[in-house]
Design a protein around this ligand. Structure first.
Ligand SMILES: [Zn+2]
Length: 412
């Protein structure tokens, strides 16, 4: 796998080429530009990432919801998308006398879910999370691979809280983001405080930008960041965690926003301890951004050698000869039973050396000769070339299961 470009000591790969070579994703002109599909190995990586995100969210007090990928045009008129973001949206579809559009974001749906029940200060912060679809009408000229797509699966959440809770909630979200990047082996290039610019796309509400901007500066108190004008969302400033691709082009992976606009547009409220109605603040946050962009970046950073918990095939089982195939098969089954992704590479696939080279991206190669069969053991070869002493099968698989379920970055 030839790297495209070397930046300092970091080798970066082209995710589009590697994605096809490694059978992770592809596309078909009949599905359309910017609408890639995920092959089984790519789907395994994506699912491991989605499972991680949902797991982290559950452990940190988020509640998951599901909402539809489309809504009435009026919904986006209220949210402000129709006025400020229409160029990126698909045209409305006429259905039964109504106009329905594919959603450009999940925020309006979550605002309606919040509003669907009476809320008291005791319910706050209410953290609603969803891994959901959203759609962007990108021009076909800019589409490619997983980084510019027309259908996006977003790891999104909206925290409805009091104004006093907002900074702390946003700060906690930044910590989840940092932990996720560490687990994924990703090093962001910088934190950006994205402020409004001179164009007319930003909502004009007196005091809103200053107040939300102040809160975000407080969130970033101990973090090095760069303030950039013209990069805010139309409804508020945001913290963007920037990554760079193999050509050094920056894009945003994770975001945290403090929104004082949509709560007012949707007339959201909660009952305070004083019995009066108050307006909550909406903290928007995404830990890994869109799964498409996150996986594209993982491919480029790791060159296909994903951290063990994300690897499409975590263990390749290698019997030396025909006599060991049955035992090797049973090891593959035991892996599957433990939730590990394992594959058999039998002697019909060539010499052991050739099979080891073929399996070089798998974090664990489990080698089985007659001695291992007799002892009920496996010899382990790690992706980095280390060879471990033979271990009883149960012990070896339990250790691998522990490393992957804890999403450890090391192999052993
Ligand atoms: Zn949002």
């Amino acid at each position: 796998m030839r790297p495209l470009l070397t930046k300092g000591d970091t080798i970066m790969y082209d995710h589009r080429r590697l994605g096809r070579e490694l059978d992770l994703f592809d596309g078909d002109p009949l599905m359309g530009a910017g609408l890639p599909f995920w092959l089984p190995d790519g789907a395994a990586v994506r699912m491991a990432l989605e499972d991680y995100v949902r797991d982290v969210e559950r452990r940190n007090g988020y509640r998951h919801v599901y909402s539809p990928i489309m809504g009435k045009r009026e919904l986006y008129e209220i949210s402000g998308h129709w006025d400020h973001y229409r160029d990126d949206m698909y045209p409305p579809m006429a259905v039964g006398g109504e106009q329905v559009v594919l959603r450009p974001s999940l925020c309006p749906h979550h605002a309606l879910i919040y509003r669907a029940r009476g809320r008291s200060y005791r319910d706050l912060p209410l953290r609603l999370a969803e891994l959901g679809g959203m759609y962007r009408s990108e021009l076909s000229g800019v589409l490619g691979g997983l980084t510019r797509v027309r259908a996006i699966q977003l790891n999104d959440a909206h925290i409805f809280c009091t104004a006093e809770q907002a900074v702390e909630e946003a700060r906690a979200a930044l910590e989840l983001i940092a932990a996720a990047h560490a687990a994924m082996g990703i090093k962001p290039v910088r934190h950006r405080l994205s402020l409004p610019g001179a164009s007319g796309k930003y909502v004009a509400v007196p005091g809103l930008w200053e107040r939300a901007g102040e809160m975000l500066r407080e969130v970033l108190h101990d973090v090095e960041y760069e303030a950039v004008e013209g990069e805010a969302a139309f409804y508020g400033p945001k913290i963007d965690i920037q990554i760079a691709d193999n050509l050094g082009r920056e894009s945003t992976l994770s975001t945290v926003q403090i929104d004082l606009y949509q709560p007012a547009r949707f007339d959201l409220e909660y009952t305070g301890p004083d019995g009066a109605r108050h307006r909550p603040v909406m903290v928007h946050r995404s830990i890994v951004g869109s799964v498409e962009r996150a996986v594209a970046h993982l491919i480029e950073v790791h060159g296909g050698a994903f951290p063990a918990w994300l690897a499409p095939v975590q263990a390749v089982v290698l019997p030396l000869g025909e006599d060991e195939v049955a035992f090797a098969d049973s090891v593959v089954s035991r892996c599957a039973g433990l939730g590990l992704r394992a594959e058999l590479a039998g002697p019909e696939k060539g010499s052991l050396g050739a099979r080891i080279r073929e399996a070089r991206l798998a974090p664990y190669q489990l080698i089985i000769g007659s001695r291992e069969v007799a002892a009920g053991e496996v010899s382990i070869r790690l992706r980095d070339g280390r060879k471990l002493a033979a271990l009883p099968v149960g012990e070896a698989l339990a250790r691998i299961g522990e490393i992957t379920s804890r999403r450890e970055s090391g192999l052993w």
